[in-house]
Write a protein that binds this ligand. Sequence first.
Ligand SMILES: [Zn+2]
Length: 435
Amino acid sequence: MTRLLVAGGTVVDPVAGTAAPGDVLIGGDRIAAVGTLDAGDAETLDARGLLVLPGLVDMHVHLREPGYEYKETIATGVAAALAGGFTSVACMANTEPPNDSAAVTQYILDRARVAQGARVYPIGALSLGLKGERLAEIGEMYHAGIVAISDDGRPVTDAGLMRRALEYSRMFDLPVIVHEEEQHLAAGGAMNEGVTSLRLGLGGIPAAAEEVMIARDVALVRLAGGRLHVAHVSTAGAVQLIRDAKAAGLAVTAEVTPHHLFLTEEAVEGYGTNAKMAPPLRTRADVAALRAALADGTIDAVATDHAPHHHDEKDIEFDHAANGIVGLETALPLALRLIAEGVLDLPTLVARLTTGPARILGIPAGTLAPGAAADVTLVDPERRWRVEARSFRSKSRNTPFEGWEMTGRAVAVFVGGRLVHDDRPAATPALRSAS
Ligand SMILES: [Zn+2]
């Protein structure tokens, strides 16, 4: 069995809430020990100056396969994940065909196995064909390996269907992930409704479009039970509804994207269609509320909503451009910036990128405890680099962060003890031979 000592790094334990110098021993595909360790007969990887994190978890990505391979494939998506430090990703069901059956779930898992990148956890459709009419084959998909259900990309407009989804999901303890957007309020909107949309002459989507749906679904959790997970929260009012639901003891969790933590509606002027997403970028006050909620635990996870699109779908007028941006390769340095800006500390941030999403999905990730799978991300917190979309592993280039100067990068990533991404300066032969 190959044994590798990751020596002298700063080991972050999101469960204990600590970040301290230490060593991690990888034995085969498992974590063998953590602490102050002797190399013994193990090979050594010099991790001085690096952060040693449990492999990051992104609970919200769009891998586009099957059906939209011109935007992304499972292979390019999981390579982008590794380059960003993510060892586990959960992929949404809005493919073509949608993942609403065990056959499609199995197809995704088969493609992921071949790709040998980050681990892939499929999310099943909530409704057949994502049509919002009848429940999908949730039981069959559960047995095939889904970790949640969601019609993400679309809201569940029928409250009766949403009630049944919450009731039915309880049998499998699956979270129900919701894209909260009241379609009549959002109709005709392309960005946040406010002074900027007025000035630009673009249709607006009010904060209330998100908030009325969260209020409805919190009421349905009270009625039906189940676990509600609110995707990509974007408004201060939404944060308050989630905070109140948690305080009332309801099983409600939430995620926020890096772009909603760093950009406001004003980005639409400077970045064009790469600032178009659903929900839209909001106001400065919303960003402040999201950041506070991430720090205090109201928001459980940072998730990218990685949404690759072909340039033909973005290089058109704003009203008609596709929603969303790629996020896997820029999330980590943006997240680290939150520490520099005093929003939260390193162990808390790592928890939102590991244990937070892993617990919601019920997946065995986010820990460096002995016996756990050796999914490990080494981060150089001082590495400076400039975002150049053309060098992304992702097939798509739709990012508003082009040209941003970043500090911090994943420099080595292990999945199941295998070195699957290595971006360290060349002269470190020990690690290369250990792979
Ligand atoms: Zn969504």
